[in-house]
Design a protein around this ligand. Structure first.
Ligand SMILES: *[C@@H]1O[C@H](CO)[C@@H](O)[C@H](O)[C@H]1NC(C)=O
Ligand SMILES: *[C@@H]1O[C@H](CO)[C@@H](O)[C@H](O)[C@H]1NC(C)=O
Length: 378
C-alpha cells in the first residue's frame, strides 16, 4: 500500500463512518447449533447498511464457484475457509459486509479456494482458540487491490462482516459430552489482504473468547491480532499457548496494560511508537504437511478469471516462496511493524471497517459509498 493512499483513505473515512445504528440482536449473541442453522441468520431488517447478501444453509446444490454461502469452517489445516468477495475484483474493504466462504475442502456448500492459491499455512490450536495464518495469492480468489481488512463477528452495527457470517469448527472439544460435529464460534476475526491471511476462532467455553478474538483492533492487522510464525512454503499444525488478549501487553514495569488504537481514523497509527511489539505465543509439537497432500479436493479448481483449469504440477511448489525450514527465525511477515514500515508493502492486512469504518485501503469509490450510506442514515 502506498502511504499516500493510506492517509488519503484514513482521512476520507474519519468523520463519516461511525453510524449510530447498532443491532438489538447482534450476531455475536446468536447461539446457532449446527443442526439449527437458519436460511439467513441476520434478522434485523432496519439496518441502514442493508441486509445479509448470502445465506447460511449451504449444501451440495450451493457448492459451486458462484455460491453465496456465508457459513464457513476452520477445522484443520486441510479443511478451512477464508472470506473473500462474491464479486471478482472487489477489495476486502469494498465487500466486507458481503464476503462469502471459500473453502479448501468440498462438502461445505461453498466456493472452493483455487489450486495453488495457498502458499503457506500455520494452524495453531490452543486451549481457547484456533488460529490459522498464512500466505496466499489473493488475486486467485478474486480479491482485488493489495490492502486488506478485518472480517469478524462484530462489525460496526453488530451484524458481523460479512453480515450474517457464521463460523464453525470440529476442532473444539465436544461440548456437553456429545460429539457434536461442528461447534459454532461466536467470537472470531480474520484479517485478509496483502496476500496474507490470519484468523482466530475462539471457543465460547474457553478463556475470554471476547478478549482473545477481540474485534476492536481492526487497524492493527495480523501482527497484533493473531501473531504467528508462518514459514515460507511451509504447512504446519502446532499446539500453542493462548496469547494475551488482543491489545494487552506486559510493560517494562511488569504490569499488564491495555493499548487502544487511535479512535479516529484520521489519526495515523505510528507503528514505530506503539507501546508494545507483539510476539507469537509459544508453540510446540509442530507437524509439517505437504500441500499436495492436504489440498487434494481443490487440485482442479481454477483461479478466478482464468479460462482453464489451474496449472497441474506440484501444488507445494507452485507459487510458493521457496522453503525456509533451515531458517527458523525467517518467518513470513513482510510489512510487519517489527520488521519495517507498515507501508512497505507485503503481507500485513491492517485496518478495516469492522468496528466502524471502511478499511483503509478502501478505494475512493468505497469511501464514497460509505459516505452515501451514512448520509442516508442521518
Ligand atoms: C440447500 O441450500 C439452499 C440455500 O440455502 C436452500 O435453499 C435449499 O433448501 C437447500 N436444500 C436442501 C435440500 O436442504
Ligand atoms: C464421543 O467420541 C468418543 C471418541 O470417538 C467416544 O469414545 C465417545 O463414546 C463419544 N461420546 C458420545 C456421547 O457419543
Amino acid at each position: 500500500m502506498s502511504a499516500t493512499l493510506l492517509s488519503l483513505t484514513l482521512l476520507a473515512t474519519s468523520a463519516v463512518v461511525r453510524a449510530d445504528y447498532f443491532s438489538t440482536n447482534p450476531l455475536v449473541n446468536k447461539d446457532v447449533p449446527y443442526d439449527k442453522i437458519p436460511y439467513q441468520v441476520m434478522t434485523d431488517r432496519d439496518d441502514p447498511r442493508g441486509f445479509q447478501t448470502g445465506y447460511n444453509q449451504c449444501n451440495s446444490t450451493t457448492e459451486n464457484q458462484q455460491s453465496m454461502c456465508q457459513t464457513m469452517f476452520v477445522n484443520h489445516i486441510d479443511d478451512f475457509c477464508l472470506w473473500a468477495p462474491a464479486v471478482a475484483g472487489q477489495t476486502i474493504a469494498e465487500s466486507e459486509g458481503e464476503e462469502v466462504a471459500w473453502c479448501s475442502k468440498k462438502g461445505h456448500g461453498t466456493r472452493l479456494i483455487p489450486n495453488g492459491a495457498i502458499t503457506s499455512v500455520q494452524f495453531v490450536q490452543t486451549k481457547s482458540y484456533i488460529q490459522i495464518a498464512g500466505t496466499f495469492n489473493q488475486a486467485m480468489l478474486g480479491i482485488g487491490g493489495t490492502d486488506g481488512g478485518e472480517l469478524d463477528s462484530g462489525g460496526q452495527d453488530g451484524e458481523g462482516n460479512p453480515m450474517g457470517g457464521l463460523v464453525y469448527t470440529n476442532s473444539f472439544p465436544a461440548a456437553n459430552g456429545n460429539n457434536a460435529t461442528f461447534i459454532q464460534a461466536r467470537h472470531w476475526s480474520f484479517f485478509i489482504g496483502n496476500n496474507y491471511f490470519c484468523g482466530k476462532v475462539c471457543d465460547q467455553t474457553g478463556s475470554n473468547p471476547q478478549g482473545l478474538c477481540n474485534n476492536i483492533y481492526d487497524r492493527l492487522g495480523c501482527d497484533y491480532n493473531a501473531p504467528a510464525n508462518v514459514q515460507a512454503g511451509t504447512f504446519e499444525v502446532c499446539k500453542g499457548d493462548d496469547m494475551m488478549p488482543v491489545g494487552t501487553y506486559v510493560g517494562a514495569d511488569g504490569a499488564t496494560s491495555t493499548y487502544h488504537q487511535p479512535p479516529s481514523e484520521s489519526d495515523p497509527i505510528d507503528y514505530a511508537h506503539l507501546p508494545y511489539t507483539p510476539t507469537p505465543a509459544p508453540t510446540s509439537s509442530c507437524t509439517p504437511y505437504a500441500s499436495a497432500a492436504i489440498f487434494t479436493d481443490i487440485a482442479n479448481v481454477a483461479a478466478v478469471g482464468s479460462a482453464s483449469a489451474a496449472p497441474t504440477g506440484s501444488p507445494s511448489g507452485s507459487g510458493a516462496p521457496s522453503g525456509s525450514k533451515s531458517n527458523p527465525t525467517g518467518s513470513v511477515k513482510p510489512g510487519s511493524p517489527t520488521t519495517g514500515s507498515p507501508s512497505s508493502g507485503a503481507s500485513k492486512p491492517a485496518g478495516s471497517g469492522s468496528s466502524g469504518a471502511l478499511a483503509f485501503g478502501a478505494s475512493v469509490g468505497a469511501v464514497m459509498a460509505g459516505f452515501a450510506v451514512v448520509v442516508a442514515a442521518l
